[in-house]
Design a protein around this ligand. Structure first.
Ligand code: NAD
Length: 388
């Protein structure tokens, strides 16, 4: 059998996600381990073709990582016209995605893309339909469910630990510096609605698949959004108006297997962290509860639940946190982005099932769109099931 080379056009690899998580931690990491073992004697060898606007930056990247200097391009259409390129990957700014994906699908490339897949549900669905019609394979990054903490949570759910799940509370966020006296740690377009920014557009697509895959389909959304920091300073030191939401307080109803579940998730770039991890989900069920973060997961069973009594006259004598038990790893967890890349490449090479596709991506865009509308109109909105 031997080795099969798969050439992947990677657009947006000079960015935060494109570089760190996708190029370095996924594709180059797969090469470092000798390629992706397909399990039948064949190994898939990913060959990145770097695409972008700034040739010098791409050349510098190629050189830094020992990649072929010829595999650097600034003309996307020329790369898409190259029949040796099988997959188009997109980690550009959100506003540039829809157009590039449409062109890549039309050129017959398989598609792997960051979320959100488009800025409107209509456009996201149209991309899914276009890919289905063209018969290409397609996948959307839905990395959070590959995180060790959430995989442990899934294991608890599969094992029936919770009994009936009643509610989910998620806290996500951290302080993103305004950019004046300390540099902002996120790109400035994130804070401009006209450039595809905003925390709802960024995070609701994640909450959609996390909630749907673990607990049940999201049936309604009620969101309140805020722009807590109205002016920020960009990469060039210029002050700009933050036109996008930097915090979203959302309530989601879910169709759980044993009845409705309520999920409440706060997302904010204007909050200081007093938690163990940057995202945490507390799940409460009739038989037990859990708190899952990026890596760890702690549980408290019904049988070991203390009985606190409200009495503000007495100091708290015990640490509530110490009454929880750590869930063991019991498995090796690879980087979540790399794990999902591996599954997508197997889908392309072997046709193995893969349900994190452009239609799944469209559901995330739909939830973001409805979340923003709910906030603007000040009311709860049903989330209709998207046509399959
Ligand atoms: N899966 C996740 O957890 C996750 C996390 C953060 C961001 N994202 C998504 O990844 C994408 C990239 O986000 P990022 O934080 O890496 O952004 P970034 O600003 O760091 O990178 C953006 C990339 O797009 C390129 N680009 C193309 N056209 C551009 C234009 N017109 N203006 C500016 N840059 C342009 C830039 O050169 C750069 O390579 C976004 O769609 C975002 O929603 C996903």
């Amino acid at each position: 059998m031997g080795q099969r080379v798969v050439r992947i056009a990677m657009n947006g690899v000079t960015g935060r996600m494109g570089y760190r998580q996708h190029l370095v931690r996924s594709i180059l990491a797969l090469r470092e381990q000798g390629g992706l073992d397909l399990g039948d004697g064949e190994t898939l060898w990913p060959e990145p073709v770097l695409v972008g606007r700034r040739e010098y930056a791409l050349r510098e990247l190629a050189e830094r990582h020992g990649l072929d200097a010829d595999a650097v391009h600034t003309d996307l259409d020329a790369v898409l016209a190259d029949p040796s390129v099988e997959i188009y990957f997109d980690a550009q700014v959100t506003s540039a995605r829809e157009d590039a994906l449409g062109r890549a699908i039309a050129a017959g490339k398989h598609i792997y893309t960051e979320k959100p897949t488009a800025v409107s549900a209509k456009a996201a669905l149209a991309l899914a339909a276009q890919a289905e019609e063209q018969g290409v394979r397609h996948g959307v990054v839905q990395d959070k469910i590959f995180l060790p903490g959430l995989r442990k949570l899934k294991r608890l759910l599969d094992g029936g630990f919770f009994g009936q799940v009643l509610s989910v509370r998620g806290e996500f966020g951290y302080w993103v510096f305004e950019g004046d006296w300390q540099e902002a740690q996120r790109p400035s377009w994130n804070y401009r609605a006209e450039d595809g920014g905003g925390i709802v557009v960024d995070m609701f697509p994640h909450w959609e698949y996390v909630l749907a895959e673990l607990f049940g389909r999201v049936t309604s959304v009620q969101a309140h959004t805020a722009t807590h920091i109205p002016r920020r300073v960009d990469e060039q030191g210029r002050t700009y108006d933050a036109t996008a939401d930097d915090a979203a307080y959302g309530i989601f109803e879910l169709a759980g297997p044993h009845g409705p579940i309520v999920a409440q998730i706060n997302s904010s770039w204007a909050v200081r962290v007093n938690r163990d991890e940057l995202v945490e989900f507390q799940v409460d069920g009739t038989e037990g509860s859990a708190v899952a973060g990026l890596r760890s997961c702690r549980v408290q069973h019904r049988a070991s639940t203390p009985k606190p009594v409200w009495n503000p006259d007495l100091p708290v004598g015990t640490s509530f946190r110490e009454q929880w038990q750590e869930v063991p790893d019991n498995a090796e967890y690879d980087n979540g982005f790399k794990a999902q890349w591996g599954l997508f490449l197997r889908h392309v090479a072997r046709g193995e099932p893969y349900h994190w596709d452009l239609r799944a991506g469209a559901r995330g865009v739909q939830l973001a769109e409805l979340g923003l509308r709910s906030a603007a109109e000040g009311r709860r909105l049903d989330v209709p099931e998207l046509p399959r």
